[in-house]
Design a protein around this ligand. Structure first.
Ligand SMILES: [Zn+2]
Length: 526
């Protein structure tokens, strides 16, 4: 009898001394697991950086528990198109993304990446930062390094050098090849040359992702080209930030999506990503000046702008771009986001800047102003030239995932596109809850499991035992974007907690001290 009592005493002492079973338990959440399956109620247990158990009721002790009753627990969102190297070293906590529930940022889009990638990754890895970080290697950066900003096909020797740089990018840890065939020098690249480089990335397990050659008049042909590059290069292909620019071309998403459907039906692995706004953002020079004028780089452009003949030609084409394409038919539809040569221009539209320069507002004078801006040093700008109808049609397509095309914002600096602050929560608030265009489960899938699958991130993107603990906890009744074009520096609403690699990085409306972000490497990393 005494012996039994002694054993019981020992056992309870052992129990008391025993460390908690789990590091963290989220209790009573609505699990939206990322796969698209209907939500279910469960507790989630985390140990270290891993989800170790999901069950209706987890009774074991935990170092910390968070009550998430009536909140959605989803996989942390994966943003497949970001320009996050703008800002990540200044704001390593990437608040504008983390506060939306985004836990992984993918860089190197639009054909533009650090080259080589390895030193960039090393610099990043030596920094304490919050989100996970991955990258593509950029075709434009590679072409620029090997051939320069010139409009001619590559020689076979140059092509071999470019192939080698793709190989190196993949071995450094890229997830595939990106292109920006709209930009200089991507625009000078024949399709066959892109295919050759894409093939190298594909053989090493990468994907191809493209800011297409033309998102306005030639949008349908550009989707055809993007599909062809995947088909001929033998790798998955993705139309990035899919949109139709310019009123004259609105509605053509019906045709582009049909092409994607047909391609998929015959076995081409073609997909799409998109941000949920009817305005785009890039530089004034890329959007409103013809590409031929920029061949050879800035000095050559300045010479052409100084020469009266070429200047007239550039002006005429710029006016056409304002009238029919990114200018949205009205100088008021172009709004400066940031101008290094004159920060006070941020937030002003092209009509206002034209007036400020003492000119009456006409399309031609707006073209003059665009040329002036470029000569002064250039601006990033926002271009209101997309229709809500195309946006919605693309958004609900099953091959479409979400990507912001944003950057790590320095709070209060400039007047950037609100997509950096609002993309993911805008889909959840406006398109899921308000407009009921998508189910919550489908929207979350487009932000987590789908991009994870696309990148080959087998250990993230789904809430499942054994996977990395990247989680977003939010209130489905309140989640919303608050950033507007007028006031973009405004954080997401309705997100309660965000966890990266098992560590809570955001809770009670504030970022914590944790900086658990990791560099994620692609399939061919050596
Ligand atoms: Zn782009």
């Amino acid at each position: 009898m005494r012996r039994v009592a002694f054993v019981v005493l020992l056992a309870s002492a052992a129990l008391a001394a025993q460390p908690a079973s789990y590091d963290l338990v989220l209790r009573n959440g609505r699990i939206v697991d990322g796969t698209g399956s209907p939500w279910y109620r469960a507790d989630v247990a985390i140990e270290g950086d891993t989800i170790v158990r999901i069950a209706p009721s987890i009774r074991e002790t935990a170092a910390r528990t968070i009550d998430v009753s009536n909140l959605v627990v989803a996989p942390g969102f994966i943003d497949i198109h970001t320009h996050a190297r703008r800002g990540i070293f200044e704001v390593p906590t990437a608040d504008n993304y983390l506060r939306q529930g985004v836990t992984t940022l993918v860089e190197g889009p639009d054909g533009s990446s650090p080259l080589p990638l390895r030193p960039f990754f090393e610099k990043l890895a030596a920094t304490r930062f919050t989100p996970n970080f991955a990258s593509f290697v950029g075709q434009g950066s590679i072409r620029s390094a090997v051939i320069g900003e010139v409009n001619r096909p590559a020689t076979s020797e140059e092509l071999e050098k470019m192939r080698q740089l793709v190989r190196q990018g993949m071995e450094d840890g890229a997830f595939g090849l990106s292109s920006g065939l709209f930009y200089v020098p991507g625009t000078f690249t024949p399709t066959a040359e892109v295919v050759e480089l894409a093939r190298v990335a594909g053989e090493m397990g990468g994907i191809y992702i493209s800011h297409m050659r033309d998102e306005a008049k030639g949008v349908v042909d550009s989707v055809r080209e993007t599909i062809a590059i995947g088909e001929q290069g033998g790798l998955p292909t993705q139309v990035t930030h899919h949109k139709v620019i310019g009123k004259m071309y609105w509605g053509r998403s019906a045709d582009t999506l049909k092409l994607i459907d047909e391609a998929r039906a015959r076995g081409v692995d073609a997909t799409i990503d998109q941000y949920p706004y009817t305005a785009s953002s890039t530089s004034i020079s890329a959007a409103l000046l013809p590409a031929w004028a920029q061949e050879g780089g800035r000095q050559e452009l300045m010479k052409r702008l100084d020469n009266p003949d070429t200047r007239e030609k550039i002006k005429a084409e710029s006016a056409a771009l304002i009238r029919n394409e990114r200018g949205g038919g009205d100088p008021r539809n172009v709004v400066a986001a940031s101008c290094r040569f004159d920060p006070s221009l941020a937030g002003k539209n092209l009509a206002e800047i034209t007036t400020k320069r003492g000119l009456t507002v006409t399309i031609e004078n707006a073209a003059e102003t665009a040329m002036w801006i470029v000569m002064e040093g250039g601006c990033q700008a926002i271009f209101h030239a997309i229709s809500e109808e195309d946006l919605q049609r693309i958004l609900v397509h099953p091959a479409t995932m979400i990507g912001s095309d944003g950057e790590v914002a320095v709070f209060g600096q400039n007047v950037p596109h609100p997509r950096s602050y609002g993309t993911f929560v805008r889909v959840l608030g406006r398109y899921v809850r308000e407009l009921k265009l998508l189910s919550l489960e489908s929207a979350v899938q487009k932000m987590s499991a789908f991009p994870a699958q696309r990148l080959g991130l087998a250990d993230r993107g789904v809430l499942k035992q054994g996977l990395k603990a990247d989680l977003a906890v939010f209130d489905p009744a309140r989640v919303a974007d608050t950033a507007t074009f007028e006031k973009p520096h405004s954080y997401a609403a309705g997100v309660s907690a965000v966890i990266v690699n098992g560590e809570v990085v955001f809770e009670k409306e504030a970022m914590t001290q944790a900086r658990p972000g990791r560099v994620l490497y692609g399939p061919a990393r050596k």
